[in-house]
Write a protein that binds this ligand. Structure first.
Ligand SMILES: [Zn+2]
Ligand SMILES: [Zn+2]
Length: 263
């Protein structure tokens, strides 16, 4: 089957997570035959077995953590244990920001799971990483309270980028240019100008879409206010305003890259 991305969960921010108004499980990508799990938040392991078809954590080849916040990292140790069959079969790769494992910084990846993988790499600005034939980069440090990166995958079908948690800043447009599919964590509906919240709201996301002009934009990682305004309606509105197709992710939604980019 062609490359695909499955949004196991689409919750962002703590109330949507703690009330589980949306699932907070991570995003599972199947790219070039590699199973790549991004940001295994709370409930990722159990979600693997409740989605249809089931996803087998023993088949994961790599886990990428964009930053250490709980809604992204809670299930990381249990997913590493599952990937390495209880840490007894060293395999797979882990990519994390350095502050996720620093001693003295309350590491979110425990030592016993850290040593069970074939490879552990620290995310760095502008560096290129590989997972089998898949290449990705982390072009810029995001503006967020902890060390946070977005991801750019260059695949045969096109460029797929994840703009994860960050405040808006204009340089993001240059760093994520030429994205064919742009997946953005739109946590807030509207951030009042006086509040220093390091997240994107709908107007920030709109500026990114207008600047980058992808072939498809996907919104995910919703906070409470986004849910109240109904993400699918906001997606329609954003598509009309920008002339670019926009989808609001739902729990379990799959994007088949070939269908979107070559269909
Ligand atoms: Zn988040
Ligand atoms: Zn965060």
């Amino acid at each position: 089957m062609a490359d695909w991305i499955k949004f196991m969960g689409t919750a962002g921010a703590r109330f949507v997570v703690s009330k589980q108004l949306r699932s907070s499980a991570g995003t599972w990508c199947n790219m070039q035959g590699q199973n790549i799990l991004i940001d295994p938040g709370p409930g990722t392991l159990s979600r693997c077995f409740s989605v249809r078809p089931k996803l087998n954590p023993e088949h994961i080849d790599a886990i990428i953590l964009t930053h250490r916040h709980l809604d992204h990292s809670t299930d990381i140790n249990v997913m590493i244990e599952a990937m390495t069959r209880g840490t007894f079969e060293p395999r797979g790769a882990l990519f994390v920001p350095s502050d996720a494992i620093e001693a003295g910084n309350e590491p979110v990846v425990f030592r016993h799971t850290r040593n069970s993988m074939e490879r552990l790499e620290l995310l760095q600005i502008g560096k290129e990483f590989t997972i089998g034939p898949v290449r990705f980069t982390t072009p810029v440090l995001h503006r967020h309270p902890v060390e946070t990166y977005g991801l750019v995958f260059d695949l045969p079908e096109g460029r797929v980028s994840f703009i994860t948690d960050t405040a808006y800043f204009p340089e993001l447009i240059e760093h994520y240019r030429d994205s064919d599919i742009l997946i953005i964590n739109v946590v807030f509906y509207e951030i009042p100008a006086v509040r220093q919240i390091q997240h994107l709201d709908l107007s920030g996301a709109k500026k990114l879409v207008q600047g980058i002009r992808p072939r498809l934009m996907v919104m995910t990682h919703f906070g409470l206010n986004m849910l109240h305004h109904k993400p699918y309606l906001l997606a329609q509105q954003l598509a009309e305003e920008t002339g670019i197709p926009v989808k609001a992710a739902t729990d379990g939604m799959i994007l088949v890259l070939d269908e979107i980019l070559n269909g």
